[in-house]
Structure formats: structure tokens, C-alpha cells
Design a protein around this ligand. Structure first.
Ligand SMILES: [Zn+2]
Length: 282
């Protein structure tokens, strides 16, 4: 893990794009580490699935994968969806927000089960303070929760959405990690590498680590994203397409944008890519 982090950090410090994947290695490919703790730190339940191919790559290489979700994220479920679900299941929700939050948790547990790469149960962190959508707020008490989570999970690598984003939940968790990551890494005397993912709502990012993937991986990823049915339905209502299409469209455009800097033969096999801006703490 140490050499992976050092190699990667040196390369991105030189301003290079680095590629990681299961295709034959090329000049700028890095092999994922064969052990270590990888944590998907998720402001919303569907965020780990937006970087599922990268997580699976770490898992296949031998790393331990954990998911931690910090937002109740009830704001992502429409009233109509929640009422229809309650009718279908014969539930009588006492509190509609709690009911919506439970829907999102169930969806994430189902998708994590389907992915089959997560070690143990998905961790749901109860925020000390959250906004009206159920997103963790940037506060001192929440920073303490994130610090405790890092101590419990002891990750070498965290993956989460980048902070230059129009989504306030993404921004808040990015700031919270920024508050606690450096002292955490110093305290345990081991670095922490953050992989900040490009999301459809990211406004600007340096794509330093790129994980290209093929159609088979895209289909697998889409099947995970479809577990988030409340988000699928909302996407179809609001945007005319579901979450699976939205994320894969982004992954397709990342690959297209980076096409010119990709020289290895896998370019034609991998039409999609996840991408990350990196930060090394400690
Ligand atoms: Zn999100």
C-alpha cells in the first residue's frame, strides 16, 4: 500500500494522468495495492455505486472494502414515491422523512449485497446536525463523527465525491474530511490517500487518476445503480433518464475527453472511465 500511494502521488505531483484497471498495463498504468483498507465515504447512499468499478478493482487486488454513508438523504425521495411504497408494502409511516431515509438505506444495502465486494455491513452514520434534505452539515460535532469513523475504519484510501460541486451534501462532507484527515493521518503515523471522484454535479476537477472500463463492467455498474429505485424514478421524472444512464453518460464523457491523452491499445475496449482528483494527508 505504501509503495502504491508513493508511486501514485509522485506521478500526479509531476502533473501526469495515471491509469488503473484490469487491462494489460501500459506506460502510465498503476497496479492496485494487494492489501489495505479502502473506505467509500458516501454523503448519499448511491455515491459508492458511482465509483463501483474502482472499488471492485481494489477488491479484486486484495483490499478490504467498506462503505460508510453519512447522510439520511430523505430529500432525494419524492413524497409520491414514498406514499406509493407505503401503499405497496402496507406500511403506515409515522414520520415521512424517516420512512424515506429507510427506503434509501434499503436500496443501498441491496446494492452492496449485489456488488458482493463489501466487507461486513454498510455503516450508516447518524449526523449530529443535518440540513432539510438529510445531508450532514459542516459542523464541529459532525467533524468529530467523521474523525471517529476514520479511527474505527482505519482506511488507507477513501473514495468520495470531490468538493467543487453544486450538491451541498458533497461539499459539506468534503470540508469535514479536510478538517480531520491531516491530524488523523499524523496521529496514526500512516498516510491517508483521498480519491475525490468526478460526479455529474462536479463543477471543476483535475482528473489525475483515471479508471477506464469496458461494457461488461458498465452493465454490472448499471445493475447496482438500478437498486436505487427511488433515485431512478426521480431521475426519469426530472431529467427523463435514470441514475444508471446519468452516471454512465458521465463515465462515457470522461473517457471521450481523455481520449487524446490515452495511447495504450485498451482505448478501444474501454469506452467508459471513472476519474479522481487526489489528495494525500499525513
Ligand atoms: Zn451524492
Amino acid at each position: 500500500m505504501k509503495s502504491f500511494i508513493n508511486l501514485l502521488w509522485e506521478a500526479v505531483s509531476r502533473g501526469e494522468h495515471i491509469f488503473m484497471g484490469s487491462q494489460p498495463a501500459g506506460r502510465r498504468w498503476i497496479v492496485p495495492p494487494s492489501q489495505g483498507n479502502v473506505l467509500a465515504l458516501a454523503p448519499h447512499p448511491d455515491d459508492p455505486d458511482a465509483v463501483a468499478v474502482s472499488l471492485r478493482l481494489f477488491h479484486s487486488a486484495g483490499c478490504r472494502i467498506r462503505y460508510a454513508v453519512t447522510g439520511r438523504a430523505h430529500g432525494g425521495v419524492t413524497d409520491k414515491y414514498a406514499h406509493e411504497m407505503a401503499r405497496k408494502l402496507g406500511d403506515l409511516p409515522k414520520d415521512l422523512q424517516d420512512y424515506k431515509s429507510a427506503i434509501r438505506r434499503r436500496e443501498q444495502v441491496a446494492s452492496a449485497e449485489m456488488a458482493g465486494i463489501v466487507d461486513g455491513e454498510v455503516v450508516f452514520v447518524e449526523a449530529a446536525a443535518e440540513d432539510e434534505s438529510g445531508d450532514m452539515l459542516h459542523s464541529l460535532a459532525n467533524a468529530r463523527l467523521v474523525r471517529n469513523l476514520l479511527r474505527e475504519q482505519d482506511p488507507d484510501i477513501v473514495l468520495m465525491p470531490f468538493g467543487a460541486d453544486t450538491n451541498t451534501g458533497h461539499v459539506a462532507l468534503f470540508k469535514l474530511l479536510g478538517d480531520v484527515a491531516q491530524p488523523f493521518a499524523v496521529e496514526r503515523q500512516r498516510p491517508l490517500l483521498a480519491l475525490f471522484a468526478r460526479d455529474p454535479k462536479t463543477t471543476s476537477i483535475e482528473q489525475q487518476l483515471v479508471v477506464p472500463f469496458d461494457g461488461d463492467a458498465a452493465r454490472w455498474k448499471a445493475s447496482l445503480l438500478r437498486c436505487h429505485d427511488s433515485q431512478m424514478q426521480r431521475g426519469i421524472e426530472v431529467r427523463g433518464h435514470g441514475l444508471d444512464e446519468r452516471i454512465l453518460k458521465l463515465n462515457r464523457s470522461i473517457q471521450t475527453e481523455l481520449q487524446s491523452s490515452v495511447i495504450e491499445p485498451w482505448r478501444d475496449e474501454c469506452l467508459y472511465a471513472e476519474s479522481f482528483q487526489l489528495e494525500l494527508f499525513g
